[in-house]
Design a protein around this ligand. Structure first.
Ligand code: PLP
Length: 386
């Protein structure tokens, strides 16, 4: 992957990379973990690069859109409306008119009030997002199922959900319990409750609920051993056994995190141990402002040979004028890092490019994709929003 270094110009201080073989293996693993016929619509917000969306669609995957802009991006990437899920919590009447003619698109309402905004011209599939009010161990900031969450209709007014699902042209129910769920047993309870509600609606109005969208929410993991994703797939198989519901998922970071990498040139190494690089709180925004993930890192010479040798602890500082702009403190890397070397940062595929910040107005680096043989340029570096 370092064979693209000679192709970089003087202004390419960093590169965003996509590892297509890794990404493809994860997509296959996801498919294999779940029963056949499950529709996987990958969360656009995790990595919205237009070429990435085209790649996911070319592999037969659907897309989950959190805004009308993301719906338009999904369509531009060639995704069929029937494989798009539209989950914005603040859909305007204007946006609803725009998507109304798209056949088969799953549109999940965030509240029962939203149901009144759809008229008989709506050609999509209407779903109700339910807040399962469970605590799966998701970090506080990403726990969308708290009692006071702004997402979905709280399950403790189940009778009203059932009543609305019967009275309105609702054909789907949806939960997304939160990102980085730790306790799958609690999620099992949420899935069972989702099925119970759907079964209750269908006992009154046969076959009314056809789709159950169970969201995303698994943290990334390596595929070396029996995976949590496989365990989750088995759980889904058990909970929805002997039912005819079409199951939809919306995974984001589990799919993308390990399928991305970044390369930055090393600009300064200041005594005793401070390394300045060209990606910071702009690319690693979530890490800088919440808590940093531990990305595997290695150091490379300009001729694409890896720097090896005795270890040393470094503080890795980003390029922004902001005191919190560190990728890590005490990061162990080989001794002898100097200007002209490159830092390779792995597993950066999720919630990085997607959250690019314009703080300090730095240029968004070019994106390159590794296809297993060579690096292919997906986009040029660009200034954004000017
Ligand atoms: C509605 C919805 N679906 C799916 C996702 C993707 O979650 P994850 O990346 O944890 O799989 C999110 C993340 O915010 C979400 O809000």
């Amino acid at each position: 992957m370092m064979d693209m270094l000679p192709k970089l110009g003087a202004e390419d201080t960093a590169v965003i990379g996509v590892n297509l073989p890794v990404l493809t293996a994860r997509l296959r693993h996801l498919q294999d973990a779940f029963p056949e016929g499950v529709q996987h619509s990958i969360a656009i917000k995790t990595n919205p690069h237009p070429k990435m969306l085209e790649f996911l669609v070319s592999q037969g995957f659907g897309l989950e859109a959190a805004s009308i802009e993301e719906v338009r991006m999904a369509l531009a990437a060639g995704c069929s409306p029937a494989q798009i899920v539209f989950d914005s919590p603040v859909k305007t009447r204007h946006e609803i008119r725009e998507i109304s003619s798209l056949p088969g698109m799953l549109v999940n309402v965030n509240s029962l009030d939203e149901l009144d905004r759809y008229d008989s011209g709506f050609k999509g599939i209407l779903g109700i997002r339910i807040n399962p009010q469970v605590h799966t161990g998701a970090p506080n900031l990403f726990d969308v199922s708290k009692n006071e969450s702004k997402f979905g209709v709280p399950i403790d007014i189940k009778e009203q959900i059932i009543d609305a699902a019967i009275r309105y042209p609702v054909q789907a129910l949806h939960i997304h319990s939160g990102s980085q769920m730790k306790d799958l047993n609690i999620q099992r309870g949420a899935l069972k409750e989702l099925r119970r509600i759907a079964d209750t609606v269908n006992s009154v109005s046969p076959r009314k609920i056809k789709i159950l969208d169970i969201g995303g929410g698994l943290p990334t993991e390596s595929l070396d051993e029996f995976t949590r994703m496989e365990a989750y797939g088995q759980m889904v198989r058990e909970v929805f056994r002997d039912s005819e519901y079409l199951i939809v998922t919306e995974f984001g970071q589990w799919v993308h995190a390990e399928g991305g990498f970044a390369i930055t040139s090393i600009e300064y190494v200041l005594s005793p141990n401070k390394v300045f690089i060209h990606l910071g709180a702009d690319f690693f925004m979530r890490d800088a402002y919440t808590s940093s993930r531990s990305f595997p890192m290695s150091v490379w010479n300009g001729d694409a040979t890896q720097l090896k040798g005795e270890d040393r602890a470094y503080d890795i500082a980003g390029p922004l004028c902001f005191a919190g702009d560190y990728l890590g403190h005490g990061v162990v890397l080989p001794k002898g890092i100097q200007e002209g070397h490159y830092l390779f940062i792995d597993h950066t595929g999720a919630n990085t490019y997607a959250l690019w910040s314009r703080h300090c107005s730095r240029t968004l680096p070019a994106t390159w994709a590794w296809n297993g043989n060579s690096m292919v340029k997906w986009s040029n570096r660009s200034t954004i929003g000017f």
